[in-house]
Design a protein around this ligand. Structure first.
Ligand SMILES: [Zn+2]
Length: 755
């Protein structure tokens, strides 16, 4: 009942505005326009749903994807840093289409002497060169990288016609491959491994000061491109930045290394007894029961002995992985190997770390524990980690592959490390292990949409880091961290929905901003309960499949009953930013004496106030009609109000009715392009505080300015918009009322300090 009477009070103000608009419309006809509403649905931006990608965001009943199985034999030449490989590829055409050719990715060709990659970079001379940089830039012969393909043969050993276009190879099939058929073929190749520190890269070798090498090997074999009904063949060239699009399959890989090397990779070791010593094998088994602390399989002493020794003997590691989209491995004689069992809802998964002495003190404390924490937290927000193991390897970069990832974090020669190094190392391990979920299992197209794996992974990373150490990784930094980027030079910003090779500020565009957006959705717009369910639904729907952005956008709405098109439109499709402020606060008081404004309004409609039912009126404190007697009068003092209450409410209702003493009219402004909820904190004269959140839909009819009435029993001392900085508001100077002014003393003090 209280609502009825408040509506009555608001009548005078609201109808004035309405009337003013009507008058305006009588002027000259204006030009029309397209739908400019920020709440317009994304019908034109999203692809039309079909039987593979449905309107709900789930895979449809005709969803298919290809499968590609690999049997690979590798020999690592540690003397010359070369990798030799032979593979048998079995391509299963599960699509409904007949294929005339297959596309194979040759990522190493990005480093080939004839690569066009250097030609597309546009840069002048540097102002300074180190001797080594100068040599590399102007004197040295270019690195002889790229795959040297020895043959591409069919199962019977006959050569298959093929064409190489930079990082892509077209296999011209001897006869078209029908739906449901498979094609088996063999490739033999070798390549010079790059030094990933000097030449940069996602894989390669590192040479230590003791002369030993560590290899972090990936993109090392010709592997199939994705064929689907969204891209056809995803055969966009690899330029080094936008990552990979890959099919799932089973991998049986044998790698021959020097005998004193330790190795870990995608897949479970099939012959531990052949490659580990008796003692190591026993520890390998013991580790599978060690749930509390990591234990060494290859000890620091063994790594030290190997590092100082030399051998011409080799051994072969056999790894097998089921349903993975890629394969990588790391190996060195300098590696020690620790392990811990992780219980994931009754299933044991092994967490492993490999590291040289250069990272030992930091890594033995954190790496494997961080792997375990990451698997647990990500499983909670998505699905239980389905693979049998996850390995973190110490290298000088961060990069992810199924079941194995490369992470940085080295200590000083004394084993000491800074807080910053520790924080960086824990972050990168969490991030790269987290990539197992996005994109290794929720297998999005990285070549096209970097944000789909980096953004989602960086978001869950926030929750996982907080769980690992809430003091070291407080959540209050988000989404504040993205403000600097979002208010930056618009000519250097791209919408998140851009292909990764074509954007400035890659890190903020594809990692920070989408993660901050999801964080805002969870914490502020949807709430954790609705968000977590919807996000988990997306992850489960697309686990071991190929999702697109539309599948994520649609699922988040489908599973939550929240229309978020306005959020996707603003945050993902534009470079707009958020700025909401409080523009004006007017204090009103009620009176039963008709105000001039009300009289004029009635007159415009052809009435006198006597012809209308007895009414109450609102007088603004800054109006002349706000007299001293009105100032001291209490809301209960009005006879019209009391009469109305007496006639319309039961005695029980009356006992709980209390008319507000203060009526605030708040005007919020929105100089920013984005739409966001308005979060308001009211601080009363008595020091108490109250919060109110107005949904983003408040901006539906006016994108620049909105008015809210706020009746209150207590006088308001201060109003703050977005007090916890939850909405990436880029300008806080308009976020409080009254405007904070510097006192003379504060100004004086500031100048003193400066002097
Ligand atoms: Zn990443």
């Amino acid at each position: 009942m209280k609502k009825v009477f408040l509506t009555l009070l608001a009548f005078a103000i609201v109808s004035t505005t309405f009337f003013a608009q009507e008058v305006e419309q009588k002027s000259a006809p204006q030009k029309g326009h397209y739908n400019k509403s920020k709440f317009q649905q994304l019908k034109q931006e999203l692809p039309t749903p079909n039987k593979q990608h449905t309107a709900s965001g789930a895979p449809g009943h005709e969803y298919t994807q290809q499968q590609v199985d690999y049997k690979i034999n590798l020999i690592l030449d540690d003397e010359n840093q070369k990798l030799f490989g032979e593979e048998t590829i079995t391509y299963h055409n599960n699509s409904k289409d007949v294929l005339d050719y297959l596309w194979v990715q040759l990522d190493q060709n990005m480093r080939a002497a004839d690569s066009k990659r250097p030609d597309i970079s546009s840069r002048g001379f540097s102002s300074r060169y180190t001797a080594s940089n100068f040599t590399k830039s102007f004197i040295e012969k270019p690195f002889d990288g790229g795959f040297k393909i020895e043959y591409v043969n069919d199962a019977n050993g006959n050569a298959i016609d093929h064409v190489i276009n930079q990082t892509m190879m077209r296999i011209n099939l001897p006869k078209p491959l029908a739906s449901g058929e498979k094609f088996v073929f063999n490739i033999k190749w070798w390549y010079n491994i790059n030094n990933y520190i000097e030449q940069r890269g996602r894989s390669g070798f590192e040479k230590f000061s003791d002369g030993n090498m560590a290899y972090a090997i990936a993109q090392f074999f010709p592997r199939l491109a994705v064929y689907n009904n969204v891209e056809g063949w995803q055969n966009m060239q690899f330029w080094g930045r936008s990552e990979f699009a890959l099919e799932f399959g089973n991998y049986n890989v044998s790698i021959t290394t020097p005998k004193d090397f330790t190795l870990n990779g995608t897949g479970v070791l099939q012959n531990p007894k052949d490659v580990l010593t008796k003692k190591q094998y026993k520890r390998y088994l013991d580790a599978q029961k060690s749930y509390d602390n990591p234990v060494f399989i290859v000890t620091p002493e063994e790594a030290l002995k190997a590092k100082n020794g030399r051998t011409n003997e080799t051994k072969t590691w056999n790894l097998y992985a089921e349903n993975v989209r890629d394969f990588a491995f790391a190996t060195s004689k300098k590696y020690m190997w620790d392990a811990m069992a992780v219980d994931l809802n009754g299933k044991t998964v092994m967490a492993y770390s490999l590291y040289p002495e250069e990272g030992k003190t930091l890594w033995e404390e954190h790496s494997t524990r961080v792997v375990a924490n990451t698997l647990k937290v990500y499983s909670e927000y998505t699905f239980d980690y389905p693979y049998p193991q996850a390995t973190s390897v110490n290298v000088q970069m961060g990069m992810e592959y199924p079941m194995i990832c490369f992470n940085f974090g080295r200590t000083g020669p004394d084993g000491k490390y800074s807080e910053r190094t520790k924080r960086g190392m824990i972050s990168v391990v969490t991030h790269e292990v987290g990539h197992n979920f996005f994109p290794m299992i929720v297998n999005s197209d990285e070549r096209q949409w970097t944000w789909m794996d980096e953004g989602l992974d960086s978001f869950v990373q926030i929750l996982a880091l907080y769980k690992y150490n809430s003091e070291l990784f407080p959540m209050t930094r988000y989404p504040k961290n993205i403000v600097g980027y979002m208010k930056g030079d618009q000519s250097r910003l791209s919408p998140i929905m851009s292909q990764g090779d074509n954007v400035f500020n890659f890190g903020s565009n594809a990692y920070g901003k989408p993660a901050a957006g999801l964080f805002i959705l969870r914490q502020t717009i949807m709430g954790p309960e609705l968000f977590d369910h919807a996000f988990r639904t997306y992850a489960r729907r697309w686990k071991f499949k190929h999702p697109t952005p539309a599948d994520l956008f649609r699922t988040m709405e489908d599973a939550s009953a929240m229309d978020l098109d306005w959020f996707w439109r603003g945050w993902f499709y534009t470079t707009g930013n958020n700025d909401i402020g409080i523009k004006e606060v007017k204090k009103y008081h009620i009176t039963d004496k008709p105000t001039e404004q009300a009289k004029n309004l009635a007159k415009r409609y052809g009435f006198t106030l006597d012809q209308l039912p007895p009414s109450l009126f609102l007088v603004s404190e800054d109006s002349e009609e706000f007299t001293d007697d009105l100032k001291n009068k209490k809301a209960e003092d009005y006879s019209i109000l009391n009469e109305y209450i007496k006639n319309n409410f039961s005695s029980e209702e009356k006992s709980i009715l209390k008319a507000p003493n203060y009526f605030y009219e708040l005007k919020f402004e929105k100089p920013g392009d984005l739409v966001m909820p308005i979060i308001v904190e009211f601080e009363y004269e008595d020091g108490t505080k109250e919060r109110k959140q107005y949904p983003a839909q408040i901006w539906r009819l006016n994108d620049k300015e909105v008015t809210k009435v706020f009746p209150s029993n207590k006088a308001i001392r201060k109003i703050t918009v977005d007090p916890d900085e939850q909405t990436a508001d880029v300008d806080l100077s308009n976020n409080s009322w009254p405007k904070i002014k510097e006192t003379k003393f504060e100004k004086f003090k500031k100048n003193q300090i400066k002097g």
